[in-house]
Design a protein around this ligand. Structure first.
Ligand code: NDP
Length: 319
């Protein structure tokens, strides 16, 4: 496993990490969750991604129980949570980044995880109804209180981030350290174009999500929706259109041939392609089975096989 600095911070995160969206609480719990975390740890993963909203808080409970079951020393892992959607049905705790919500939501995550601090906390989406100043102040205070070590954002625009840096600078507050955007062969615009000025000017680090575009880039949707897949789950119908797109699956078929050339699976090729971007600090993997996770973790070994000809072949297919 390779470890990369989280942007310009001193924190080193494993270049492959593991997240629990969709899986923990919906597809996985108890011993299966423990096995997943154990598998990741054995491969050298030190960063685990979570969010308040994943399975309405259940995902944090399951992950916290797995950490306890494995008796992992607190210094040995980095864990995150994310805030915006809210899990309590009140007007001031939903779709918001207000100060009261953020401070109380972090406390509640800690209870569910049975931890006394988080390592990374994210504003899960931007909130046009709360001034960025209020949010930056609250996140900076949470870090100052010791309840979290670093704060960042997810799916904010470059302009919103620049405003956050301006506010932090003006008031001598802690600034965002990391962003969590989607990044995969089919979604590259934000990471490669929009954020381009942020890496050098602000030293932002990236923990990127959905390296397989929810499983599309594993090749499993080329001939329909497998019964045990994410697209077949109740409540995830909205993903189906993308996952079964004829145009996307035609590209997936062509990418499969490139994967064979480098002696890897398509999933490994897709993940290695994300790792190949030096601005990415950590690629967050998702998996519903230990076998998938093991396959995906081996993507680290494929990065060196991505020579300029292979990259050009991929580019020709996906652009
Ligand atoms: P992926 O795009 O890699 O999709 C993971 C899913 O694809 C698995 O759960 C599994 O689903 C399927 N899969 C994975 N590996 C294989 C394989 N080798 N062969 C076949 N199928 C495979 O990642 P996620 O979308 O799960 O995102 C990763 C993490 O990123 C999340 O857990 C979360 O922590 C974070 N995230 C953050 C977001 C944000 O807004 N900040 C948004 C989304 C995710 P199945 O078996 O059920 O088909």
């Amino acid at each position: 496993m390779q470890y990369r600095r989280l942007g310009k911070s001193g924190l080193k995160v494993s270049s492959l990490s593991f997240g629990s969206w969709v899986t923990f609480g919906t597809q996985i719990a108890g011993d299966s969750a423990v096995n997943m975390i154990q598998t990741a740890i054995e491969a050298g993963v030190n960063f685990f991604d979570n969010a308040e909203s994943y399975s309405g808080g259940e995902s944090e409970r399951i992950m916290g129980a797995a950490f306890s079951e494995l008796a992992l020393p607190r210094h040995s892992f980095i864990v995150s949570s994310k805030y915006f959607w809210g899990i309590h049905d009140t007007p001031h705790t939903k779709f918001t980044l207000n100060r009261k919500y953020l401070i109380e939501a972090v406390e509640q995550s800690l209870e569910r995880l049975s931890l006394d601090h988080l390592d990374l906390i994210f504003c899960h989406r931007p909130d046009p109804d709360t001034p960025i100043e209020e949010t930056v102040w609250a996140m900076s205070d949470i870090v100052g209180s010791g309840k979290a070590h670093y704060w960042g954002t997810s799916e904010w625009s470059a302009a919103e981030l620049i405003e956050a840096y301006r506010v932090a600078d003006k008031h001598h507050l802690r600034a965002p350290v990391m962003e969590q955007p989607q990044y995969n062969m089919f979604n590259r615009e934000k990471v490669e174009k929009e954020f381009a000025p942020l890496y050098e000017n602000y030293g932002i680090g990236l923990t990127t999500w959905s390296p397989l575009a929810s499983g599309l880039l594993s090749g499993k949707y080329v001939s329909g929706v497998p019964k045990d897949s994410r697209a077949a789950l109740a409540g995830y119908e909205w993903l189906k259109e993308n996952l079964t797109s004829k145009e996307a699956n035609e590209k997936v078929g062509r990418l499969q041939a490139v994967a064979s050339k480098v002696d890897s699976t398509l999933s490994q090729l897709a993940i290695a392609w994300c790792l190949n971007n030096p601005n990415v600090s950590s690629v967050i993997l998702g998996a519903s089975k230990v076998s998938q996770l093991k396959e995906n973790l081996a993507a680290s070994e494929v990065v060196d096989r991505l020579n300029p000809e292979i990259i050009a072949e991929i580019e020709e297919i996906i652009s």
